[in-house]
Design a protein around this ligand. Structure first.
Ligand code: REL
Ligand code: ZN
Length: 424
């Protein structure tokens, strides 16, 4: 039965978005059996690199990043808590996220009393396994995609030579290959040596094929360095087949492998790493790169599927137009510096206006398990608001709507469209 009024539509959309279970298409999470790689709890939340960067804007000159990072995690968290939550109100998006998370976990009274020790005591009683269940339930997560780097020893020991069991119902893997595009030959060489593979272009291909069989990824993922442009045929013909650089690793390794193994490539554009190295993970910046690099990829590789997200706000409009032209391109999420309510709202509006429901509205990028709670709650509030407006406009244009029809669309925007794209 069609919804009869503007109010009925608004309340149906609000409720459906709140209740939908999401596919989180990009995170940096690990399951409990990956030991220390699984980050969770209050001290990890407080030392998330967004908060550390914010802390350093006003930190006393005596606390240099070097001194800060030399401290125990808990001492780092104490400094951040005192500076960003006690000395001033936690009004930024990253700070508010901590508060939303604790409140949703039922720790509102401890927050009210600013009782950090009490919060720590509560976390000390959780187990990693039980906590994963709790967070997935609270955040309403179907499954997440993880970031698995074959060039990072601390990660690969969990897979090779002996592979640990992976909770593949809730954690789907993604093979992260930034090193190919940055031409980071040193770390590629180490990974080749580890498996006794020769140092050639063919060797790099073999290495990645081994990792495909080991971790069974759903896609390749890479951040595209701002200087990388799509190498033309002419340029490629000037390289000997054995030349190893980012252009040849892209065109002779990554793209052919994606095609042969039917693995989409998820690209991330517009980050520069780092603009302030002292801040470590928090030191990366944003630049505007050429969207036409992606256009060339889509055009020249019609058999390869590309997922893409851009960090620069100014590129979002051009990206939407591109996604409107290429069936082998799927936009996902509002990344990092775009994951702020004001920008999520603007980006979501323009995406719906140009693409309907053929995109993935958000990913969390969570590094700390608990962040799933606030990242999804905050995003859903904004995206839900935009969708309410869109459906109301459609209703006034003369289209009747049922709850089931809206539910179908909402499911697409929070994971269904991704799954359809991956299957096509
Ligand atoms: O996957 C990436 O390249 C980035 O999203 C991360 O490096 C970044 O630190 C992330 O946590 C930001 O949200
Ligand atoms: Zn990420």
């Amino acid at each position: 039965t069609p919804l009869k009024s503007e109010e009925a539509i608004r309340s149906a959309v609000k409720n459906l978005v709140e209740e939908v279970h999401v596919v989180d298409v990009h995170t940096h999470l690990f399951p409990p059996n990956h030991g220390k790689l699984m980050l969770w709890g209050i001290d990890e939340l407080l030392t998330y690199h967004y908060l550390v960067a914010e802390y350093f804007i006003t930190a006393p000159a005596t606390i240099t990043p070097e001194k800060f990072f030399a401290l125990e995690k808990q001492a780092q968290a104490d400094l951040v808590w005192d500076s960003l939550f006690i000395q001033r109100s936690p009004i930024s998006e990253a700070c508010r996220g901590v508060i939303t998370t604790l409140t949703e976990l039922g720790l509102g009274e401890l927050v009210e009393r600013r009782d950090l020790d009490g919060v720590r005591k509560w976390f000390a009683k959780q187990t990693p396994e039980g906590y994963v269940d709790k967070v997935f339930e609270l955040a309403k997560i179907k499954y997440v995609l993880t970031t698995n780097i074959p060039f990072e020893k601390k990660e690969t020991v969990h897979w090779y030579p002996k592979t640990k069991e992976f909770d593949t119902n809730r954690f789907h893997t993604g093979l992260r290959v930034d090193q190919l595009l940055t031409g980071n030959w040193e770390s590629i060489k180490e990974a080749l040596d580890e498996m006794g593979i020769e140092h050639t272009i063919e060797g790099v291909k073999k290495l990645l094929e081994k990792w495909i069989t080991i971790i069974k990824p759903k896609y390749f993922m890479a951040a595209v360095p701002p200087t990388l442009e799509f190498p033309s045929d002419e340029e490629m013909s000037t390289y000997a087949p054995s030349t190893i650089n980012s252009a040849t690793l892209l065109r002779r390794v990554l793209l052919p492998l994606a095609e042969q193994h039917h693995l989409p490539i998820a690209f991330k554009f517009d980050s520069v790493r780092p603009i302030n190295p002292a801040l470590r993970e928090g030191g990366d910046g944003v630049v505007t790169t050429k969207v036409s690099t992606l256009q060339k990829l889509c055009l020249n590789y019609p058999k390869v599927k590309f997922l893409a997200t851009f960090l620069a706000r100014v590129n979002q409009h051009e990206l939407c137009v591109l996604a409107n032209k290429f069936g082998n391109l799927h936009i996902y999420g509002c990344w990092w510096y775009c994951n702020n309510p004001s920008i999520v709202e603007e980006i979501t509006r323009i995406r719906v206006e140009l693409l309907g429901t053929a995109f993935t509205s958000q990913h969390s990028d969570a590094r700390v398990l608990d962040q799933l709670i606030y990242k999804w709650k905050h995003s859903k509030a904004v995206i839900g608001g935009v969708l309410q407006d869109m459906y109301v406009k459609l209703f006034h244009a003369g289209w009747s709507l049922t709850r089931e029809e809206i539910q179908r669309d909402v499911e697409r925007l929070f994971g269904g469209a991704y799954e359809e794209f991956m299957e096509k």
